[in-house]
Design a protein around this ligand. Structure first.
Ligand SMILES: N=c1c2ncn([C@@H]3O[C@H](COP(=O)(O)OP(=O)(O)OP(=O)(O)O)[C@@H](O)[C@H]3O)c2ncn1[C@@H]1O[C@H](COP(=O)(O)O)[C@@H](O)[C@H]1O
Length: 207
């Protein structure tokens, strides 16, 4: 969206202000909430640093201008009522994935301890062969929900199984979910076909 048309579509209040919320791009955690006017949003978009309007000082301020702790803006969105704008976040609620990552990591620390509580995660962490066979099995079950035209809820459930078991493998390899998200983010601006073509420029594509 062009800057002017974005600014025109905001429902500014009678003082020309709207609520501005900066969220973490992955977790959705709120980093800062304040007010913005047209100039603050335009500055945010041009500088890619979250900039607000201070009602007490009647001036623009960029978070981090004194502390150097800038909020780097990945993207700007309007909420559905168009009376607030969100910086930095794409509003993905990934907190559940981080919570699951934390549970799995906790189980890993318990592997050598006295805690004999039965745990499927621990069984997987202690047996790479079982872990890999479960990931393959769950991926196959996910595909079958498409091939056999199964209910949407079956697809969601099988994807949950794939995600969970794959996340145990990530933990086994000491790879963080954030590392995976970072790879996905880097691919945002690139078509998969183009990326593959750049790797196999001599070979025909198989997809
Ligand atoms: N998300 C999961 C999760 N998803 C699946 N599973 C287990 O994975 C195992 C294999 O799942 P399947 O559906 O394949 O079960 P199956 O018996 O092979 O059945 P079918 O293949 O016949 O369908 C089962 O024991 C499931 O309970 C999970 N086990 C754990 N978690 C998460 O991990 C946390 C810690 O679990 P524990 O390590 O067991 O304490 C839990 O609180 C959950 O948040």
């Amino acid at each position: 969206m062009a800057v002017d048309s974005l600014l025109d579509s905001v429902k500014w209040d009678d003082k020309g202000l709207a609520v501005a919320i900066a969220q973490n791009v992955d977790t959705g955690a709120i980093l800062m909430q304040g007010f913005a006017n047209r100039e603050a949003v335009a500055t945010t978009l041009s500088s890619r640093k979250a900039t607000f309007y201070s009602r007490s000082r009647s001036t623009l301020w960029t978070k981090g201008e004194t502390s150097n702790n800038f909020i780097n803006v990945h993207d700007v969105f309007l909420d559905c009522d168009r009376d607030s704008q969100e910086d930095e976040g794409d509003n993905l609620a990934l907190t559940s994935l981080y919570a699951l990552e934390s549970t799995i990591s906790q189980r890993k620390t318990e592997l050598t301890g006295e805690n004999e509580k039965p745990s499927w995660t621990k069984r997987l962490l202690l047996n790479d062969k079982l872990l890999c066979s479960k990931i393959r099995e769950e991926a196959n079950e996910l595909c079958q929900t498409l091939e056999n035209n199964e209910d949407k809820s079956r697809t969601a459930s099988e994807m949950a199984d794939v995600l969970y078991h794959s996340m145990v493998l990530l933990a086994q390899k000491d790879v963080k979910i954030e590392d995976v998200l970072q790879v996905l983010r880097l691919r945002f601006s690139q078509s998969g076909i183009e990326e593959k073509r750049s790797r196999f420029s001599q070979k025909p594509l198989d997809h």
